[in-house]
Write a protein that binds this ligand. Structure first.
Ligand SMILES: [Fe+2]
Ligand SMILES: [Fe+2]
Length: 157
């Protein structure tokens, strides 16, 4: 699979989870916990493969994307810390929905920038074969990605 297509598929999966969360009843704590856990798993894996594979490859192919990549890494940093807090937060806690809501805002903004502002240039610079190669590499890396948000490199710096 084309690497950018793979990343966009992940974005769609996460957006579906966000929509489910927004539709869930306020008191549906079990359902909200389950959705949040899926969001944590999806985004931890996704940020991991971007930071380990896609972002470095993007910088190499399109040096002009450097500032976008650096800003994206800082956005990951914030998101990963929020994910690690959500892991241990009871959905009945009055801060739970607010934290999910700010997380969703952050992720939606981040995804929009990736898809609209800089992935298109990276696609052009990489070409079809390189994108396919990266897609395969990321598909394989998904299987060994950590499930702990703070294990993703940008969480640490
Ligand atoms: Fe990202
Ligand atoms: Fe992404």
């Amino acid at each position: 699979m084309d690497g950018i297509v793979l990343l966009k598929e992940d974005h769609k999966t996460v957006e579906k989870l966000f929509k489910r969360f927004e539709k869930a009843d306020e008191s549906a704590h079990t359902e909200k916990r389950e959705i949040a856990d899926q969001v944590i798993a999806e985004l931890t894996t996704h940020t991991w493969i971007e930071e380990k594979i896609f972002y470095p490859a993007a910088r190499e192919a399109a040096p002009d994307a450097k500032d976008h990549v650096l800003e994206s890494v800082e956005e990951h940093h914030v998101v990963l810390w929020m994910l690690s807090e959500l892991k241990g937060l009871d959905p009945a806690d009055e801060r739970f929905d607010a934290k999910m809501s700010v997380l969703m805002e952050n992720v939606r903004h981040h995804v929009e920038e990736e898809e609209k502002e800089w992935f298109p240039d990276v696609r052009k610079a990489m070409g079809r074969n390189r994108l396919k190669e990266l897609g395969e590499e990321m598909e394989a890396a998904k299987k060994t990605a950590p499930d702990e948000p703070l294990a993703v490199p940008s969480a640490d710096r």
